[in-house]
Design a protein around this ligand. Structure first.
Ligand code: PGA
Length: 253
């Protein structure tokens, strides 16, 4: 049984006034009886404010974490610091970090390991660029992004992983992948997990991200191998995020 999880990724958006009004709109728009797990991954500096001001059942997450425990790493934030702030989730390996900050598969897996060691869930983003898809590289790219997790994480640690399939070409473009594309890639990712751990493949949550919004959420979240969503743009409006949460399918109730 896989409970769906709806995750907001606020990225580097907002100032104090906007974060305050986003918290207020979440409190208005998110219902108390959400069928899915819900969390928002917010800029580090607002984590504590969101924790104190969102009164709905919404978990907290960050968008990155250091691969080191502590020490002379100016500008970095450790997993234990995030845990101190009540974070339950950390996004690792978002395509923006892979592309803009040259994060490798190995580094992403190390960050996931640190997050999990501190008691959080790691949302590991994977996905292909349009060029990779067009060149028939999709399966190779995704396999490498997923299989590294089995090299770096223990069986127990893998239970705390959520995989987010985010085709790079669908992020922030308004053009989500089609339901057929999403289901077929999610099924493929699950088959990659099956090769290493059959039991885990049944329970691991694979969420979709990339222009997920109220108008396509129902269709995409209903797909067999889709266990939730990672939402960027639409998570910046409490009403839209609330509507997406309402479309989550309920498997456990
Ligand atoms: P988007 O972003 O929903 O704005 O496409 C998703 C993400 O980058 O996580």
């Amino acid at each position: 049984m896989r409970k769906q999880v709806i995750l907001g990724n606020w990225k580097m958006n907002g100032n104090f006034a906007e974060i305050k009004s986003l918290c207020e709109s979440l409190n208005r728009a998110v219902s108390d009886d959400a069928k899915a797990d819900v969390a928002v991954c917010v800029p580090f500096v607002y984590v504590d404010y969101v924790r104190a001001n969102v009164i709905k059942k919404i978990g907290l997450g960050a968008q990155n974490v250091s691969e080191h425990d502590n020490g002379a790493y100016t500008g970095e934030i450790s997993a234990s610091m995030l845990k101190d702030l009540s974070c339950e989730y950390v996004i690792v390996g978002h395509s923006e970090r892979r592309t803009l900050f040259q994060e490798s598969n190995q580094l992403v897996a190390k960050k996931a390991k640190k997050a999990i060691a501190s008691g959080m869930k790691a949302i590991v983003c994977v996905g292909e660029t349009l060029a990779e898809r067009n060149e028939g590289e999709l399966e190779r790219v995704l396999t490498a992004q997923v299989e590294i997790l089995f090299d770096v994480l223990s069986e127990k640690e893998l239970e705390e992983v959520i995989i987010a399939y985010e085709p790079v070409w669908a992020i922030g473009t308004g053009l989500a992948a089609t339901p057929e594309q999403v289901q077929s890639v999610h099924k493929f990712i699950r088959s990659v997990v099956t090769k290493s751990n059959e039991l885990l493949a049944k329970s691991i949550r694979i969420v979709y991200g990339g222009s997920l919004k109220p108008s396509n959420a129902k269709t995409l979240l209903a797909l067999e191998d889709v266990d939730g969503g990672l939402i960027g743009g639409a998570s910046l409006k409490g009403e839209d995020f609330g509507e997406i949460i309402n479309q989550a399918k309920c498997i456990t109730c």
